[in-house]
Design a protein around this ligand. Structure first.
Ligand code: NAP
Length: 371
């Protein structure tokens, strides 16, 4: 069935893949951009992803920090994928630069969606709202876990994602009316990029390839492919069992920076000759963090730089309990492959799993017609 779907942040890494997959599924897609001047660039990204820039794709200008444009953006939409949120590669001096657009922006989007009669919003939260600030643990993280903002190694980004998701659930409970909410919490998202601007997660790979890091900090991340994350958003959008749920998006075990670097060298050869080989001692990473805004706030030794989570790294790999039970399966181990950083059409077998408990993807009218 075809729906009109609004995607916030259509210019971003996840957002651009969402436009492509929604089109592929036969939906009419509208995207918000902070600046409509980016529309042509986003159309190019859609083409790069194998989509059609003219097939029911439209753009509306809206900023998470302003009310203008949101009512018009929602008009006639049944579903909203609220993906936009600031994700800078460095730590801002004022944490409100991130918290304000993330939290107020989520409330703005939800309020406008409710007022416009939207059926469901799928919010892109993060593992940042799940697995940070905890004392050392060995048990797996799952969707019942919340980041402890009073804990250690909580960066402004982690705070922004946690407060935004909390605010979204509170809004739905207290004033959401008939509006439904489902949340996707991805770990580090990697995979093919469709445009020239790299998300912070892709910047990590780029820094390794460019030899910008003198060595590998002792950090590890859960990783997941952008196409799988978007696939989960589409399932959460229409499946009747999704409202009220968080879905942790993670593929397999965590990957250390050293493993990423090694994979790049192995698979890309000459192009990745600068990817570092040696492990940086923790004291040096802390020292470099004083001067390097991208390392600041990262504490070597664990998952996402979180020492408290180190013992639970296996757990992150086995996370995603609800997404798992709901039938979502990662199609690919993403991450660091020759495809990362190289725009390639994200074609792949997205056929829904056969389990009856699968979160169902809507059938594309275009595809059904051609069968
Ligand atoms: N990549 C990851 O590893 C990862 C992991 C977990 C969760 N996430 C979440 O996934 C979402 C997308 O991330 P991404 O990796 O695709 O990052 P991205 O490429 O930087 O995209 C961020 C998007 O948000 C938009 N945006 C930022 N501030 C905005 C504002 N004030 N008003 C309106 N739009 C604004 C950006 O628009 P402009 O083009 O105008 O800047 C861009 O479209 C975010 O919510 C992020 O927290 C990402």
């Amino acid at each position: 069935m075809s729906h009109r779907v609004l995607v916030t942040g259509g210019s971003g890494f996840l957002g651009s893949h969402a436009l492509v997959q929604l089109q592929e599924a036969g939906h009419q897609v509208r995207a918000t951009l902070r600046n409509l001047g980016k529309a042509d660039r986003v159309r190019d990204m859609v083409v790069q992803g194998g989509g059609d820039p003219d097939a029911g794709l439209s753009f509306v200008e809206a900023d998470l920090e302003r009310d203008d444009g949101w009512a018009a953006a929602m008009e006639g939409c049944e579903f909203v994928l609220h993906i936009a949120s600031p994700f800078p590669s460095s730590v801002p001096s004022d944490e409100n630069e991130l918290i304000r657009p993330a939290r107020q922006g989520a409330l703005r989007v939800l309020g406008a969606a409710r007022d416009a009669g939207v059926k469901r919003v799928v919010l892109t939260s993060s593992f940042a709202a799940v697995g940070y600030g905890h004392p050392p643990r060995t048990e797996p993280f799952d969707e019942t876990t919340w980041t402890d903002l009073e804990g250690r190694a909580v960066t402004p980004y982690v705070t922004s994602k946690t407060l935004a998701e909390r605010a979204a659930w509170d809004f739905i409970a207290e004033e959401g009316g008939a509006l439904e909410l489902a949340v996707v919490n991805p770990v580090l998202v990697l995979g093919p990029v469709l445009g020239p601007d790299y998300s912070t997660s892709i910047r990590l790979v780029q820094r390794l390839m460019d030899g910008e890091m003198p060595g590998c900090p002792r950090l590890a991340f859960g990783v997941v492919d952008v196409r799988d994350v978007v696939d989960l958003h589409l399932r959460a959008m229409t499946d009747p069992a999704a409202p009220g749920e968080r879905f942790l998006a993670v593929s397999g075990k965590v990957m250390s920076i050293a493993e990423m670097s090694e994979t790049l060298r192995e698979r890309l050869g000459e192009a990745a000759r600068c990817a570092p080989r040696r492990q940086l001692p923790d004291w040096l990473v802390r020292l470099v963090g004083l001067f390097d805004a991208e390392l600041r706030g990262r504490r070597p030794g664990g998952v996402g730089g979180e020492p408290a989570a180190a013992g639970a790294s296996e757990g992150v790999g086995r996370g995603g309990l609800r997404a798992d039970r709901a039938g979502w399966r990662c199609r690919r181990r993403p991450a660091v492959s020759p495809r990362t950083l190289r725009p390639v059409p994200p074609r792949g077998p997205f056929a829904p799993p056969r389990s009856p408990r699968t979160l169902r993807r809507p059938t594309s009218p275009r595809r059904s017609a051609s069968r």
